[in-house]
Design a protein around this ligand. Sequence first.
Ligand code: ASP
Length: 466
Amino acid sequence: MKKSLALHWKIIIGMVLGIIWALLSAQFGWSKFTLDWIKPFGDIFLNALKLIAIPLVLFSVIGGIIGIGNPEHLGRMGVKTLGLYLISTVFAVSLGLVLVNVIKPGENADLKNRIQYELWADSNEIEVKDGECYSCLEENEGLVNEIKAFMANEQLSEELIKRLETKEKTEAGGPLRALVDIVPSNLFDAFIKNSMLQIIFFAIFFGLASLYIPQKQATIVKDFINAINEVFLKMIDFIMHLAPYFVFALMAGVLTKIAGDDIGAMLGVFEKLLYYFLVVITGLLIMIFIFYPLLLKTFTNDFKYLEFFRNIAPAQTLAFSSSSSAATLPVTMEVVEENLKVNKKVSRFVLPIGATVNMDGTSLYQAVAAIFLAQFHMIDLSLGQQLTIIVTATLASIGSAAVPSAGLVMLMIVLTSVGLNPAWIAIILPVDRLLDMVRTTVNVTGDATIASLIDKSENHDQAGED
Ligand code: ASP
């Protein structure tokens, strides 16, 4: 498609110029100007995309279900969708575990640095290498507050702080709490809280009920929902024309926030976490450039490597610059429908669910981060604990909101599940935003890949039935 090819190059140019601007800004001390006068345009862009994303999830899932029409087809597609999402996530976690266990980035960290951080839990519970006990310090509650203060200062993400604060409440709710939380008691409250899972639950319920009402009313509902969906897609079209400029502002703003006026300090932090950073990035790049193409090549007959990336580039570049699968969702839907030619019935059902629950990049990162932090503190995790990480990282990625830094907060659950200190997320915080950009790109690529696979298999099944 000529139009999106041009757009995708424009967005990449915007992104590169944003990076160059952030470097100049750090070099010449322009960070205040950048944060005051350039970053706000990036925020406006993100707000506009999020504004569309939430109602789009509601209407597109309802529209998708009504479009599929037959509850039996729907059930089959639902099982396929969730099954594929789960398989790709478990693969991602396992890949992360293999990489981090082979490369051992935590053991390359400088020892003095490691000792600065305190070990949590009783020393008997934690095996300390070399007979030395670094763990005899009490759990440092102050550290958690420090992280909160750090995040509040940095304003990394309001959502992150909110989640940190509500985490205790959620944990207090018992084992079925997560299930109870999926069912909203008030739809407007679900909108206000931006709770995608609750909105999806309502949309599936509403869509299913629409399949059982008389034909005359069903047609009215269908036309109404489809018309609204068209309006939302048009709104995205308008926004996307300006995307290259907005992406410039977004990149310049995000990177200036990380680097400030002192690029040397930022590089210093990076050096300490370099191995960890590289292991996560390697895993994420394998997912994007090897795993997904391999899946598509194996299960579809007309897959072309470069064309695939050209087609989904607008969604990938947006995911990279926004760090939010939810904000990227409108564009993901557009490229999957327009460029990958996935049937709207499929994309409108599969993609909103994917943006909410399918986060391969996040799960891979959580597995690497948990083991890295254990290695960093000289703790050997048993095979059983590593298997626990597969389960908890999979669940934690499903539970992560599709917003910046959500994966970092959910990492606390993974750490807790194997007896590590959740406050250790502070250690990896300095490089987290950059990793977030890449893992969000993986999350979005995974959604687009699975949508294509489901589309192919649905065509195949329907051809078989006809
Ligand atoms: N930012 C990621 C996303 O929106 C979630 C994460 O923090 O890993 O997909």
